[in-house]
Design a protein around this ligand. Structure first.
Ligand SMILES: [Zn+2]
Length: 249
């Protein structure tokens, strides 16, 4: 019923680029402008079972294709979170806008111009913005499944704002967003909305291992996202067990 299968394209994994993607991928600033609500997300009982019959398309991964896939990911996120909130008797306000940009400073968040090579959720304007050229380069090298992780993670920051969740340490906020991204993907795979191709789970796994903080970085440092193991553990906890595993209260 209105399910939308998203076709996957394969792509070789480039760990270094992935590291750049997510390390820079989240400014996480200004997480204090939300309207607190307290829904209790529903749980989804079925185990993960990525479809083995996914269609995989070959060929170029163009800017247009990227924008389409990103737009699909946003639409799925809106439906997903709307359903979760509705399940708790709450109304979900989708993130207001998703803004692709190409130039440094073209888009501002809270009066600060966004740099190139970045993707962020900006709570000041309630939007997600991403450098489209940089994202397309990542898309080509890393593979498009990771796009859903990236969007899922940034979208989760918008949901945290709506839920009034604000932890003392960046790392808590980030690991929870990883878990929520995992739940968003896992639940949509279970419902058949999203179809993963063979190798996509490995792509997530290897990608997450590549985006961990430097082992020398203190966990409590501003900007810490978690070690590779922590990020991977959080993502797959959400992927396998849904939102109940993410500590949304
Ligand atoms: Zn983040």
């Amino acid at each position: 019923m209105g399910e939308k299968a998203v076709r996957r394209r394969p792509g070789p994994l480039a760990g270094l680029l992935v590291a750049v993607v997510v390390a820079a991928g989240c400014m996480g600033g200004g997480l204090d402008q939300g309207e607190p609500e307290q829904p209790r997300p529903r749980q989804s009982g079925e185990p993960a079972s990525p479809g083995a019959d996914a269609t995989r398309a070959d060929g170029t991964t163009s800017v247009a294709e990227f924008k389409q896939d990103f737009s699909d990911a946003v639409g799925i996120a809106e439906s997903y979170w709307t359903a979760q909130f509705r399940g708790s008797g709450e109304q979900f306000q989708p993130i207001r806008r998703v803004v692709p940009y190409t130039r440094s400073g073209e888009v501002s968040c809270g009066g600060e111009g966004l740099p190139r090579n970045n993707a962020v959720y900006c709570s000041a304007g309630d939007f997600i913005a991403y450098d489209v050229n940089w994202s397309v380069a990542a898309f080509r090298q890393v593979g498009d499944a990771f796009l859903f992780y990236l969007l899922g993670h940034e979208y989760a920051h918008g949901v945290q704002v709506r839920l009034g969740i604000r932890y003392n340490f960046t790392i808590q906020q980030e690991l929870q967003a990883d878990c929520m991204a995992g739940a968003y993907i896992g639940d949509n795979v279970r419902s058949g909305t999203l179809t993963l191709a063979e190798g996509d789970l490995d792509e997530f796994r290897e990608g997450l291992l590549a985006v961990g903080d430097d082992p020398d970085q203190p966990w409590f440092a501003e900007g810490s996202h978690g070690t590779a193991e922590q990020r991977s553990e959080s993502f797959f906890r959400g992927y396998e067990k849904s939102l109940d595993a993410c500590g949304l209260g």
